[in-house]
Design a protein around this ligand. Structure first.
Ligand code: 13P
Length: 342
């Protein structure tokens, strides 16, 4: 029964035309985003900003779930409704980021290990009580001279699997997020090689730690050229290399792969997802769990001014709609030129 619940939640998160909004920026990250629009990162500003996203009318057509941060899952909409209840009422599944961030990995300059396992079983119980039905844990890997090392790859894979097993024990679907970072001037081939090694380790550990594959979602990077590489791979090449890599390493039992945007422009993130789905059908649903690529235009339109809430909601609705189209391979860049009417 518990396994069936996990499976049905996982499948609902990757339902046709739908994907996930990542709104789980930690205090440090949301401050960076607010700095970019000249807004002070106070608890009330963070609440007001998340409120505008979560109350955007009609967005439940495109958004299946929202990943919340610890502070946000305890906050409420302006009418007093706790955010997790508000989302559930709209048919959107609330989730929670449970990792405590990537910290320097001992004896491994330039590499990180994600912390947060101690006390996690008790935290899962609390988050479940607050309404969370799925969770997220992110590991990061940099590409550089001799890195990612096998040490970093396997240490993070082990932690991801420990998290995933505890999450399923608590009845929450674990989103397993190994993110190979695309900063640097590396080629798409290096990105392919690093992503392959990471996925191999992650699925080995998940299996060894008895994680139920039908009740997880994978949230990976796409296989891209480094952002400062002299030559950027095309959307078609990104789709081909990403699929080649994932077919080799991700079991067909996994219901869905929900990509992170990872610093791609919002339009690139949509076009790449579209190119991936245009090559379907695939063994798994291919969807999105975007943070920046769903929020960037909304954040800019808002600018911290309550008078701009409607404009910001229109901008968010529009990106959600385009990414929903990309879920079906029916997005076209010309749609970007349509007037904002939603
Ligand atoms: P981005 O889409 O901005 O990479 O955020 C997704 C996320 O949740 C990163 O952990």
């Amino acid at each position: 029964m518990a396994a069936q619940d996990l499976e049905s939640t996982a499948r609902a998160l990757v339902a046709d035309n739908k994907g996930i909004l990542a709104a789980d920026e930690s205090d440090g990250t949301i401050k960076k985003r607010f700095d970019s629009i000249g807004v002070e990162s106070t608890e009330e500003n963070r609440r007001a900003y998340r409120d505008l996203l979560f109350t955007t009318e009609g967005v439940e057509e495109f958004i299946s779930g929202v990943i919340l941060f610890d502070e946000t899952i305890r906050q409420s909409s302006s009418d007093g409704t706790p955010f997790p209840h508000l989302l559930e009422r709209r048919g959107i599944i609330p989730g929670i980021k449970v990792d405590k961030g990537a910290k320097p990995l001992a004896n491994a300059p330039g590499e990180t290990i994600t912390e947060g396992l101690d006390g996690l079983r008790a935290r899962f119980e609390e988050y479940r009580g607050l309404g969370a039905r799925f969770a997220k844990w992110r590991a990061t890997y940099s590409i550089g001279d001799g890195i990612p090392s096998e040490y970093c790859v396997w240490t993070n894979a082990h932690a991801l699997a420990r998290y995933a097993a505890l999450s399923q024990e608590a009845g929450l679907v674990p989103i397993v997020e190994p993110e190979v970072l695309m900063d640097g001037d590396h080629s798409i081939e290096r990105s392919f090689e690093a992503t392959s090694r990471v996925l191999h380790a992650v699925f080995t550990e998940l299996r060894d730690q008895r994680v139920h594959f039908e009740g997880i979602l994978l949230k990976p990077n796409m296989v891209l050229s480094g952002y400062s590489a002299p030559q950027q791979a095309s959307h078609d090449e990104v789709a081909e290399q990403t699929l080649r890599c994932f077919r080799r390493h991700v079991p067909a039992a996994v219901p869905g792969i929900v990509f992170l945007s990872g610093g791609q422009s919002d339009e690139d993130a949509t076009a790449n997802l579209n190119a991936l789905n245009a090559r379907g059908p695939h063994p798994w649903e291919l969807s999105f769990s975007y943070g920046r690529a769903l929020q960037a235009p909304a954040l800019k339109a808002w600018g911290g001014d309550p008078a701009n809430v409607e404009a910001a909601q229109k901008a968010f609705y529009r990106r959600a709609k385009f990414n929903s189209a990309a879920r079906a391979g029916s997005y076209a860049p010309e749609m970007e030129r349509e007037p904002v009417t939603a």
